[in-house]
Design a protein around this ligand. Structure first.
Ligand code: MCN
Ligand code: SMO
Length: 770
């Protein structure tokens, strides 16, 4: 624990030996292609299709139920999504028909012979307008366009009243895609012996996918096995059940044969779910020094056409309402978050979930307050952060911050970018005319949320426990089996490190098995930065269950008293001798005659359920600091320096945490500066290829420096806090604050992501600046 060990999975990945769904081939497998709606909103009047046995529309799929995500949140409206469109299409790219053939190209040729007649309806493209004017509705049976509307109020009036400074802003985060390297992919077949489905899917949560497929195909869960092989990035996109997955599973069930679908990049960009699109009207109330008194916000989420199973669209507004107050100590709060239906692909949570948006809103508001009271933003931020002495701290939204020193992360970040030097340099003009700006953003991130939190989000399946199975194999190696899954997080290594920490066995002798419902204990999977907090506790507890068993067997073999025998560095050590785990395991499994007949330790494998001491999660946190140069003539932004100081409690593997932080920050920089899925007024997507949709690469991502603080959580196994999402939360806020610091002499403020050159230049021109 705490060692920078190289990842066990790297040899496989770096030598091209990873096995993704695209690498799997089953005899006789057919490839599936989907015909997708060319219009954003319309009625399907009829379809003519070739007389091929392998072309299907919705009416051919009687056995498959529509996907229906249910939520316990007040005002939530469930909406059925048929696996292929039924009667209506509600976004460009919605699957209307599918064809199957030995190759994808042949399947696409079959699609060309399908003709669908549509009656076009006016689309709803702009969420704010859809909310104001519900005369056009994607779901005509509703009387407005709201999926749901959530609110929270606590101490608002009395605190806001005391304010001497009020700042009000409208802020927008644009719609974007999630672009994992590997798109969604699914291969399903029928196992004659098990009389059930086997579904290979690029999934974060194989056990949940199993429930979903069984539920919507009307099968018992025991007749569905889901295997998630190597997964090439997921980021939230691969947590919920997708219509295409249900279609492919239905084909395998219907024809008792293998079918596969692999999403291509264009399909991902136009038809895959979108994310991030939030609009804020936010007002900050403070005293004359900038001490925050209250926050008031009206938030609109553009939810697209459909909810999802099983998280539902309710998760995003649920997280907005709970997390908007950020890491701050204040007592007046009023918020409303509306989730609006539009004729665009559905919305899925993406790394950081709603917190990238709320951090952007809150952190730019802190900076605006600082400017209003004429003080340094870092000073005002620092004075408002929950101090270390107040931990554990319950905030205005009743979140329980477990531990940490938030102000110190800001101090360290300020030193890391040499703040004073940059401020001094700002006072002299740059020879190239560019403007320098410095920005900070601090956030805290609830990770490994437990039962009460998911219950409050109204979810159908509520994670509470995490289970793990640990086995000493007959040759004395260790096998760890867990239902969480790794799709880049390196969990084959970090869970092995946890087992090593308890048992002392060499990492090379520990094998971690993930991603197969037939081989791992039930789990709701990997998301919400929960895996290491939850699974490390389960793995450690399972290992600890085995220790007395190994000791008992060893004591008998060495004829020593049990109390004199210990497990030490992977060996069972007695007063006079010691035994390897191989010797112990061989005796137990294969030579029980060497043991007295009354030895019954209960076996050398144990499945144990674990949950943290509190179920409100562990809060990791970080401060991001950015220095930018903005060209006022071009609107272009260059990141000159970027530093992150983060605290995720006890570090299992600092190298993996650094990798997670960098990857997340790259995605956050994408949100801040580059990535956008725009739509025209007809609901046509304008970014359908990587020529239009800009993903930052090595050239755009600066050399990010990371420093760690390590405050163990008092509530979790080993004091670990989750952090897989964190890097993606703060970059839009930190960069926007830096850009606005740079543009301050021009009296210009940017309030929208991505901060493309066009947007920055337009804002400069609007302000009448040179
Ligand atoms: N870790 C550690 N010490 C800590 C905390 C974490 O060493 N104190 C390590 C863990 O052991 C694990 C990794 O960091 O190997 C991430 O752990 P955790 O924070 O528990 O997050 P999860 O494993 O639950 O991963 C989910 C999280 C989410 S929600 C998204 S979205 C996301 C992310 O992780 N998607 C990713 N990181 C990703 N990284 C890659 N490469 N690909 C994705 O799709
Ligand atoms: S978006 Mo991460 O899978 O919670």
């Amino acid at each position: 624990m705490g060692a920078r060990v190289l990842r066990k999975e790297d040899a496989r990945f770096l030598h091209g030996r990873g096995a993704y769904v695209s690498d799997l081939v089953l005899p006789g497998q057919r490839e599936v292609a989907f015909l997708r709606s060319p219009i954003a909103h319309g009625r399907i009047l009829g379809a003519r299709k070739p007389a091929d046995r392998f072309v299907f529309v919705r009416d051919d799929m009687a056995e498959a139920l529509p996907i229906l995500g249910m939520s316990g949140l007040p005002t939530y409206r469930p909406v059925a999504q048929h696996p292929l469109a039924h009667e209506k299409v509600r976004f460009v790219g919605e699957a209307v028909a599918m064809a199957c053939a030995p190759t994808r190209a042949e399947a696409e040729d079959l699609l060309e012979r399908i003709e669908v007649d549509y009656e076009e309806l006016p689309p709803v493209v702009d969420a704010l307008r859809a909310k104001r004017d519900p005369s056009v509705r994607p779901h005509e049976e509703w009387d407005d366009n709201l999926f749901l509307s959530l609110g929270l109020e606590s101490g608002f009036e009395e605190n806001a009243r005391k304010a001497s400074v009020v700042v009000e802003r409208e802020l927008t985060l644009s719609r974007q895609a999630m672009v994992p390297l590997e798109g969604k992919a699914v291969l399903a077949t029928w196992d004659q012996r098990a009389d059930g489905l086997v579904v290979y899917a690029s999934s974060q949560a194989p056990h949940l996918l199993r429930i979903g497929i069984a539920k919507f195909l009307g099968l018992d869960q025991r007749r569905v096995r889901v295997v998630a092989p190597d997964v090439g990035g997921a980021f939230g996109y691969k947590y919920n059940l997708h219509p295409e997955e249900l279609c492919v599973a239905w084909l395998a069930m219907k024809f008792r044969a293998p079918f596969r679908y692999v999403e291509d990049r264009r399909e991902h960009l136009i038809a895959g779910a979108n994310t991030r699109q939030h609009h804020y009207k936010i007002t900050g109330y403070a005293d004359a020094r900038g001490k925050l008194l209250a926050i008031d916000a009206e938030v609109t989420v553009d939810g697209g056409a459909y909810s999802n199973w099983h998280q539902t669209i309710g998760l995003e507004p649920g997280q907005i309402v709970g997390n908007l107050p950020g890491p701050y100590d204040f007592h007046g709060y009023r918020v409303r978050a509306d989730c609006v239906a539009t004729n665009k692909p559905g919305f899925l949570p993406y790394r950081g979930v709603a917190r990238t948006g709320v951090c952007f809103a809150m952190e730019t508001t802190i900076d605006a307050l600082a400017r209003a009271v004429g003080r340094e933003p870092w000073e005002v931020r620092r004075e408002n952060l929950v101090p270390a002495a107040a931990m554990p701290y319950e905030n205005v939204a009743k979140k329980l911050f477990d531990s940490g020193d938030y102000p110190k992360s800001l101090d360290m970040a300020r030193e890391a970018i040499r703040f004073d030097d940059w401020r001094a340099r700002q006072r002299t003009a740059e020879p190239d005319g560019r403007l320098i700006g410095i920005g900070f953003a601090t956030y805290c991130e609830q990770s490994a949320h437990g039962m009460s939190v998911f219950k409050a989000w109204g979810m159908e399946f509520i994670p509470g426990y995490e289970q793990a199975m640990v086995r000493v194999t007959p040759e004395g190696a260790i096998e760890v089996r867990a239902g969480v899954h790794s799709h880049g997080q390196g969990m084959e290594t970090t869970l092995a490190q946890v087992a090593h920490t308890v048992l002392g066995v060499d990492l090379a002798d520990i094998r971690v098995v993930l991603g197969d419902t037939a081989e791992t204990p039930f789990s709701t999977g990997t998301y919400a930065s929960r895996s290491i907090v939850m699974a490390s506790g389960a793995v450690a507890d399972a290992c600890r269950t085995l220790v007395p068993r190994l000791v008992t067997i060893g004591a008998h073999l060495m004829q020593a008293a049990t109390g004199t025998v210990r497990l030490e560095q992977g060996r069972v050590v007695g007063p006079q001798a010691s035994l390897s785990l191989r010797e112990i395991a061989e005796a137990w499994y294969c030579r029980p005659d060497r043991l007295p007949p009354d030895v019954d330790v209960g076996g050398l494998e144990a499945t144990v359920a674990h949950r943290p001491q509190v179920d409100t999660g562990a809060f990791s946190y970080a401060t991001h600091a950015a220095v930018v140069a903005v060209d006022p003539g071009l609107g272009s932004i260059e990141i000159l320096d970027y530093a992150i100081v983060e605290d995720c409690g006890t570090l299992v593997n600092p190298m993996i945490v650094d990798g997670q932080t960098l990857g997340g920050a790259a995605q956050g920089i994408g949100t801040a500066l580059y990535e956008e899925s725009p739509y025209d007024p007809n609901g046509q997507p304008l970014a359908a290829t990587f020529a239009d949709y800009v993903v930052p690469g090595p050239v755009e991502i600066p050399d990010i420096r990371i420093a760690h603080m390590e405050t163990p959580s008092p509530y979790t196994a080993f004091g670990i806090k989750g952090m897989g999402e964190g890097g993606a939360i703060a970059p839009p806020a930190a960069l926007c604050n830096a850009v606005n610091d740079a543009l301050r002499p021009l009296g210009v403020e940017i309030t929208e992501t991505p901060m493309s050159p066009q947007r920055v230049l337009a804002a400069i021109l609007r302000a009448g600046a040179p």
